[in-house]
Design a protein. Sequence first.
Length: 172
Amino acid sequence: MSDKDQLDVLIAVYLIPDLAQQDFDAYTKLAADGGITTDGVAVVVKDADGEVTVKETGDHLGHRGAKAGAGVGLVIGLFAPPLLASTVVGAAVGGLAGKFARHRVKAGIGDKLDDALPPGSAGIIAIYAHAGADAVAGALSNSIRTSIAQIDKASADELKAGLKEASAGLSG
């Protein structure tokens, strides 16, 4: 797979949620300024009981608080399909669960999000073009640890198409 066809799938871990928010702001600004090509980003928080929730999202243009479209859905779905079902497209995403599971295993993502975040912490999950890896690393300077896997662009496009179809089923 060439760098042009490769997307990095990242988890950045923060012990202090406010630092995750600062880096999220830097990442979305980088996307808005055209410094990176991103498919979406989300800040997640893991509470003291171990429950992970999505705090804020950003889209491919760096817009914050964006409606959970296909790119943001891809970010969430690759890491936490149950969050996708509850925050993105409701029950219509059920048919996509197998596809996400297959791509999670293929990319080595598995349960990395749950394993990486201790209770009371936060994380940023993002998908971006591999060419922007250095810029992303600079924007996420407050993280204590990052984990990066890869997914090919064709697989990402397939999953986003499925999300779009599932979303359309809700409005029709």
